[in-house]
Ligand binder design. Structure first.
Ligand code: FMN
Length: 203
């Protein structure tokens, strides 16, 4: 049976969505892996989103908490708000109490990816503070570590991401993921899928 990977994200301006698409390509490149993209529900009213200059959402379906239980591995992606995950994503996770009660997600591998506006704005604190969510659900955090290799040591050009997962810098919103950041996202998808597949086949 195929290993089912869910990539679940929130993206207001499209940066996290772009990483999610690339991660999907990476996961899909692993044989015997099925990948599905999902987004979490928006919590802000349309008039606020308009004032914030948010473009229309992608066409990824909206996930409900119970959908998570079907996955063999889940990658969670979100933009930073004051160094932590956006409230939209937290609101979704706050609705997973039923899954927590039965520990339905326990033992499933989980990865994290993220976008910040600036350097020092949360490329490490955003995933680090998200680990509490995984711990309470009993999920197995799969960081990318330094498996991306030389790309982790890029010093000439600005590059998002960290050992915790793939990332990008949105800047004032006009900067979109660089080639190297997209390569890292692809790598995360592939690396994570290979681990999820191993875990599934050994269970
Ligand atoms: C209320 C608010 C708080 C934010 N806080 C941070 C922050 O602490 N650090 C940072 O680097 N960027 C911060 N940002 C910028 C967002 O992280 C940026 O818009 C996001 O990474 C873009 O991703 P998206 O296109 O997927 O929405 C903030 C943005 C908003 C609206």
């Amino acid at each position: 049976m195929a290993t089912k990977i869910y990539i679940v994200y929130y993206s207001m301006y499209g940066h996290v969505a772009k990483l999610a698409e690339e991660i999907k390509k990476g996961s899909s490149s692993v044989e015997g892996v099925e990948v599905k993209l999902w987004q979490v529900p928006e919590t802000l009213p349309e008039e606020v989103l308009v004032k914030m200059g948010a473009p229309p959402k992608s066409d990824a379906p909206i996930i409900t908490p119970n959908d998570l239980a079907e996955a063999d591995g889940i990658l969670f992606g979100f933009p930073t708000r004051f160094g932590m995950m956006a409230a939209q994503f937290k609101a979704f996770l706050d609705a997973t109490g039923g899954l927590w009660r039965t520990q339905a997600l326990a033992g499933k591998p989980a990865g994290l990816f993220f976008s910040t506006g600036s350097q020092g704005g949360g490329q490490e604190t955003t995933p680090l503070t998200a680990i509490t969510q995984l711990a309470h659900h009993g999920m197995i955090f799969v960081p990318i570590g330094y498996t991306f290799g030389a790309g982790m040591f890029e010093m000439e050009k600005v590059k998002g991401g960290s050992p915790y997962g793939a990332g990008t810098f949105a800047g004032d919103g006009s900067r979109f993921p660089s080639e190297l950041e997209l390569e890292q996202a692809f790598h995360q998808g592939k690396y994570f899928a290979s681990i999820a597949k191993k875990l599934k086949s050994s269970s």
